[in-house]
Ligand binder design. Sequence first.
Ligand code: TYD
Length: 209
Amino acid sequence: MSGRRGIFITLEGPEGSGKSTQAQIVADFLRSAGQRVLITAEPGGDPIAEQIRAILLHSDSAIVPEAELLLYLAARAQHVRHIVLPALERRDVVISDRYADSSFAYQGYGRGIDLAKLRMLNDFATGGLVPDLTILLDVPVELGLERQKDRNRFEAESVEFHRKVRAGFLDLARLEPQRWVVIDASQTPEEVAGRMRRAVIERLQLENK
Ligand code: TYD
């Protein structure tokens, strides 16, 4: 990963945690602080990744967990190399609405795929690109599902599945506290935005940049 030196921020969370709204708010804040910001989202970001997204989220046919994981990783390989790395090399701040931790939470903790295997495959897909800061917008499962308007394959999953996903995110954050900030996303959007702003300033030491 030599040569890259923008800042890579990822937003993670269960369904209905408000990530996309908050991504815009943080981006506006960073831009007003003089940073160049690229907002992107997974799965997607480049034409191939968008085609894979359509299979993953809107195909009516059954996808086995192994194929599901590999498709998310294939989309990520495209996204990292065509979108994220070039922006980091331009020294932009990149904000990605979901990244590798979603695969750990959904396909690992949710579907039960072995986490060590998943880590190896994800490293291959990403070339080892790890975010500088990952913000978990944590929301209770029932509240998140209630908020969610667009339906996709995952919103049809059982509440039990979503509980595993949420617990997975919390576990990942606990295991790597230097990279993660956990924010209670059941608060109002304004409160969440305030917390996000503080987290970004603190963790990235923006005033020193
Ligand atoms: P999307 O419509 O982008 O929803 P959200 O606003 O929740 O991000 O759908 C992405 C879905 O894909 C979401 O349900 C989480 C799931 N997902 C995985 O299961 N694994 C992954 O690696 C990624 C990136 C997403």
